[in-house]
Write a protein that binds this ligand. Structure first.
Ligand SMILES: [Ca+2]
Ligand SMILES: [Ca+2]
Ligand SMILES: [Ca+2]
Ligand SMILES: [Ca+2]
Length: 892
């Protein structure tokens, strides 16, 4: 273990000159997956250099969640599976990067259908279905620059390891709102009213009592602003049945039905084993449409796959289908029953209640009609008025990735090959007026709903917490509307953002901007360490970052993007989280809530060790800001039991919607004062200029921790100062080939400088107040190294950092390094032994035993990682954080 002290000293060396020489380390994390032999042949010439290495990994391509570690439980009732028809066998959905002069028709001939073409400043992005044996031929087209499979995207919470102590409830969203000044902004009357925030994630469950109808953003026609960009919640309902007027039963029994299976990439052909009751439900034409929705739900212990019976009815005009029923009670019964059996067998289970036989009614009579205007598909089974089971909502829109709409609506239903001559797809309304399909927008994971609740939880419910009684989990902008794109199932993040930003799909494959964004802000809590565009990795020209820059520039939509949770190494910001024009968000700490566990209140405002660091691959300062990401309880999706619909959430995934919420407050205040929307670059400049300097270097904290109160105060009465330059953007544009007019930014970026060259730029400073400029350099001051031994069964060892050591320093670095062989005994790259390092301010040895005990210490920060045998964390301006004795405790 070592402690390093670092001081900021006046210097004429500007930090930015150093950073252009730093390039990120490029790795593709696919070592776990098996290589298919023979494919190496693809990698022997120049054309093959354009091909992403991910094509080698068969398992990854076919099932992006193959390595999730969760067992799949397939619950099917009411059907007997006859056949599984693989959709698009041997085809892979790809992103092709092509030069601006590429002939799309020439590319199209080598594909099995082009889905979308997106025009960027320097490239065309082509989304297509292709067969493996055409990849090399495609790569030989000179205008084709790179080809990669459309890849799974990490939602950024997987790698977080919580400290051993944090098993209790941490309702930090309440404290977080206080610390960043959001509650003071609410008192000023700004709550995000009239502002729409788009969440691109795993879906959003609007049935969460903290969201509900009030949170659903809608378009001019009244439809929810949701797009299922991965077509996850697509249900085929083209089976027509009639009702026996005497019994009220639908003649579903023994009929053949097709079920779309997103998880098995197939159509399931099945025989129906029951009659369904619809005696109280009238169809004007007498023709009922029936089918099943295959739902995939990541539970806490398993991935659940189940089939929900659906009935589609024309209630007003014959043949115009407007209402959908879901047999939730029978489905819920089956899930509760399976979990009861698991529990009785002593296996892990989800917390469903005791199944009640009356739920299994094979009836739609007891279910709520779902239609536009009443879209929520959820139900309370336990009688406490909290929904226990939810399928989200009837979706406003969806993107037909698989090309299923045309064969369903125009026929004939040749399911074996409906797509042979198929080119282009479309964005469709979620409910087909012909009754042949229904799109359901749900959250398969819970991550997206947590993000939405950080932004806009209404604060309706009281949550009873140990020691402190009732709290609410109100979001940062509790009156903002939520629009959403489900795009993390397969990764159609580009489609989701195009649509939310106001683009429309025009057949056969183009996207055109309507001139009006559908949202004000897009919050992206996802990213990829390196997008595997094989020849374009890490050079800062990655097309997905260019795409987000284009969206921001063309539409004025403000994109907040998480920088990822893989710190503390430098140059780790994810793609496209480090894109030039987005607001890149890192994570900071908040531990003031600890008295609810009977501890002393903790400190806040350290940058968390796992928050990714800049610069981005151009060498620009990233993140732009940090916000609280460690940690918060939020409301989340409804699953198994309503009263359990909240969870521990955190990461840059949390810090990003925290920031999107603050921007919603800022936009409302700006509209209130000026009557128009703020330009996106001004929003960025205000957020950064008013952020609180946490004392870290710029590649770690950006401009500092977002301060909602200061940002809104600046908008409302010009209190405070903002600073910006246009040359940062101009220099980035030059390197990226953008033709954009330069936008304002606070950071300094000279572009590429050769040794010995100089760079000057002009800053504009606006507002009321005084400013003093000084260049800053971090200088190493001293180091203490200590060896640690754990005697016998001892599980914790503590070390005291001498008080003199932290006097007058700006940053304290604490690192622990240990033998790799202890960390990973069998060298399989999976850790076997881990340490946790907690840093405390030991206020007083109250019991006089010479040992720091729990209630004698203030929690300052921590580090606990499972992915490396070196742990490293920091405390900024330590003299202000340690009023007593600095203590480092190592736990094993
Ligand atoms: Ca029912
Ligand atoms: Ca309930
Ligand atoms: Ca191991
Ligand atoms: Ca003691």
């Amino acid at each position: 273990m070592s402690y390093k002290s670092i001081v900021k000293a006046l210097s004429i060396v500007l930090v930015v000159i150093i950073m252009t020489s730093i390039l990120p380390v490029v790795t593709v994390a696919t070592s776990k997956l098996a290589t298919k032999p023979g494919l190496e042949l693809l990698y022997g010439n120049i054309a093959s250099m354009k091909i992403s290495p991910l094509f080698k990994y068969e398992e990854y391509l076919n099932n992006p969640f193959a390595d999730s570690g969760l067992e799949i439980i397939n619950v099917s009732f009411g059907i007997e599976v006859l056949e599984e028809i693989k959709l698009r066998p041997n085809q892979i959905r790809c992103i092709i990067v092509a030069s601006k002069n590429a002939n799309i028709l020439e590319i199209a001939k080598l594909t099995k259908g082009i889905l979308s073409v997106v025009e960027l400043a320097r490239y065309k992005l082509v989304f297509a279905w292709i067969e493996r044996d055409k990849i090399l031929e495609l790569a030989r087209i000179p205008e084709v620059i790179a080809i990669t499979p459309d890849i799974r995207i990490d939602v950024g919470v997987r790698n977080i390891v919580f400290t051993g102590e944090s098993k209790g409830i941490e309702p930090t969203l309440e404290w977080a709102r206080e610390i960043i000044g959001a509650s003071r902004v609410h008192e000023m009357g700004y709550t995000g009213s009239g502002v729409t925030v788009g969440i691109v994630d795993t879906g959003v469950d609007f049935a969460s009592p903290e969201l509900g109808y009030d949170a659903i953003a809608r378009d001019e026609s009244g439809l929810p602003l949701t797009i299922d960009a991965d077509q996850l919640g697509f249900a085929i309902t083209n089976l027509t049945v009639t009702k026996d007027p005497k019994t009220g039963l639908l003649d579903t029994y023994n009929k053949t039905v097709y079920i779309f299976s997103p998880i098995f990439r197939a159509l399931i052909k099945a025989r129906i084993r029951y009659y369904w009751n619809a005696s109280l439900i009238e169809s004007k034409s007498g023709v009922y449409h029936f089918g099943f929705l295959q739902v995939v739900m990541f539970g806490t212990r398993y991935i659940w796959v189940f089939h929900v019976p659906i009935l589609v009815v024309d209630t007003v005009k014959p043949g115009v289908y407007d209402t959908v029923y879901f047999d939730l009670s029978s489905t819920y019964y089956q899930l509760a029953l399976v979990n009861k059996i698991l529990r009785e067998k002593g296996k892990p289970y989800e917390p469903f209640p005791e199944p009640k036989p009356e739920w299994f009614d094979l009836s739609f009579n007891d279910e709520q009609p779902v239609r536009y205007g009443r879209e929520i598909i959820a139900r309370d089974f336990t009688g406490d008025n909290l929904p226990d089971f939810s399928l989200g909502i009837l979706s406003g829109y969806f993107y037909d990735v698989w090309g299923l709409v045309k064969p369903l609506t125009t026929g004939p239903f040749n399911w074996k090959a409906p797509w042979v001559d198929w080119i282009g797809t479309g964005v469709y309304r979620g409910l087909d007026v012909g009754g042949n399909y229904v799109s359901v927008f749900y959250d398969f994971h819970s991550h997206g709903t947590s993000c939405a609740c950080v932004v806009a939880a209404r604060g309706r419910l009281n949550y009873t917490l140990r020691n402190i009684g009732e709290v609410k989990l109100t979001g940062i902008a509790p009156k903002a509307k939520i629009a959403a794109g489900q795009a993390l199932w397969w990764g159609d993040v580009v489609t989701a953002q195009l649509w939310l930003a106001g683009y429309n799909y025009t057949y056969p494959w183009n996207w055109t901007y309507t001139g009006k964004p559908r949202v004000d802000i897009i919050s992206n809590s996802w990213g990829v360490s390196v997008w595997p565009f094989w020849p374009m990795m890490g050079v800062g020209f990655d097309p997905i970052s260019a795409f987000e820059d284009m969206i921001t520039y063309e539409t004025g939509v403000i994109i907040c993007h998480a920088v990822g949770n893989g710190g503390p190494g430098y140059g780790t910001v994810v793609q496209p989280g480090g894109a030039v024009y987005v607001i890149s968000v890192g994570a900071s700490t908040e531990f003031e809530w600890r008295p609810i566990h009977g501890y002393l209140a903790g400190r806040s405002d350290e940058v968390v060790w796992w928050s990714n660091r800049g610069p981005n691959s151009l060498g620009m300062v990233k993140p732009d800001v940090v916000n609280i990401g460690a940690f918060a309880w939020t409301a989340t999706r409804v699953w198994a039991r309503g009263e359990l619909s909240w969870r521990l959430f955190g990461g840059t995934s949390e810090a990003t919607p925290m920031t999107a919420g603050v921007i919603a407050l800022l936009i409302e205040a700006y509209r209130d004062r000026y009557g128009v929307n703020p330009p996106p670059d001004l929003v960025k400049v205000i957020i950064k200029s008013t952020a609180k300097d946490l004392g870290y270097d710029a590649f770690t904290q950006g401009s500092g921790r977002v301060d909602a109160y200061k940002a809104v105060k600046y908008v409302v009465n010009g209190e405070g100062l903002i600073a910006y330059t246009l040359s940062t953007s101009a220099n980035a544009n030059l390197e990226l080939g953008y033709k954009y007019k330069p936008l304002r930014d606070t950071t300094l970026y000279p572009g590429v400088l050769i040794p010995g060259s100089k760079y000057t730029t002009t800053y504009v400073i606006e507002g009321v107040g005084k400013v003093k400029l000084k260049p800053v350099e971090f200088v190493f001051k001293g180091e203490i190294e200590e060896k640690i031994q754990f005697p016998g069964n001892v599980s914790r060892v503590f070390r005291i950092v001498p008080k003199e050591f932290i006097k007058d320093i700006d940053l304290l670095e604490i690192s622990l390094t240990y033998n790799y062989i202890y960390f990973d005994k069998n060298v399989d790259y999976k850790p076997d032994n881990r340490f946790i390092v907690n840093i405390y301010d030991w206020v007083n040895d109250t019991n006089g035993n010479g040992v720091p005990d729990r209630n004698e210490m203030i929690y300052v920060t921590y580090v606990a990682v499972a992915l490396s045998n070196t742990l490293e964390t920091y405390v900024s301006i330590p003299a202000s954080k340690f009023t007593g004795t600095p203590v480092v405790i190592v736990y094993r």
